[in-house]
Ligand binder design. Structure first.
Ligand code: SF4
Length: 178
């Protein structure tokens, strides 16, 4: 097993410096998040999004199985009409590398909630069974019913609704470690 400092070195090696340790048992899980995934989000039905993710209550129970975790905040100036997909893919690959290295350090429960809905494939199968990249597909915090705003604020980090476009945006990943 590695120390917190050693895990932070793994994260910083991938270029991330904006992160906070959290107690996953304090991650805020809420039904309103699931409702907004189901009604109003254009990504509903993708392979790692509802209805392909666990129930809200199961998500809540899942987080309580962990003793430690990290919020990793990504910041990017972006135009929602020309989303920086290449940057997002690069970030996802780095986060997956972190999850893998932490796992190999002896944390068998290491699990990444990615900074975006899974968009690894041009055409998503729309379900888990026929997923085209089962090894690398990971859910987002929102698809696990995480109230990202409240969880991030409770951790002492700033996050706000974006009202202008283009604008600086924040993307949030959560790495669960044990
Ligand atoms: S890896 Fe591809 S098929 Fe699987 S959930 Fe992601 S986008 Fe969909």
């Amino acid at each position: 097993m590695k120390s917190k400092a050693a895990i932070e070195a793994i994260i910083m090696k991938q270029g991330f410096s904006d992160y906070k340790w959290i107690n996953p048992k304090e991650i805020v899980v809420a039904h309103w998040v699931r409702v907004k995934c189901t009604f109003g989000c254009g990504d509903y039905g993708l392979g790692t999004c509802p209805p392909n993710s666990p129930s809200v209550n199961d998500c809540d129970s899942f987080f309580k199985e962990y003793e430690s975790g990290l919020i990793i905040r990504l910041t990017k100036y972006a135009d929602k009409n020309a989303y920086p997909s290449d940057w997002s893919r690069e970030m996802t690959n780095k986060l997956l590398d972190i999850e893998r290295e932490v796992f190999l350090s002896g944390y068998q429960k290491a699990f990444l909630l990615n900074q975006t809905c899974c968009t690894l494939c041009k055409d998503c199968s729309g379900n888990r069974v026929n997923c085209k990249d089962k090894t690398n597909s990971r859910p987002s915090p929102e698809s696990f019913a995480v109230d990202v705003y409240q969880t991030v604020r409770n951790a002492g980090l700033d996050i706000n609704v974006i009202s202008e476009n283009p604008s600086e945006i924040n993307k949030i990943a959560i790495l669960l470690i044990e």
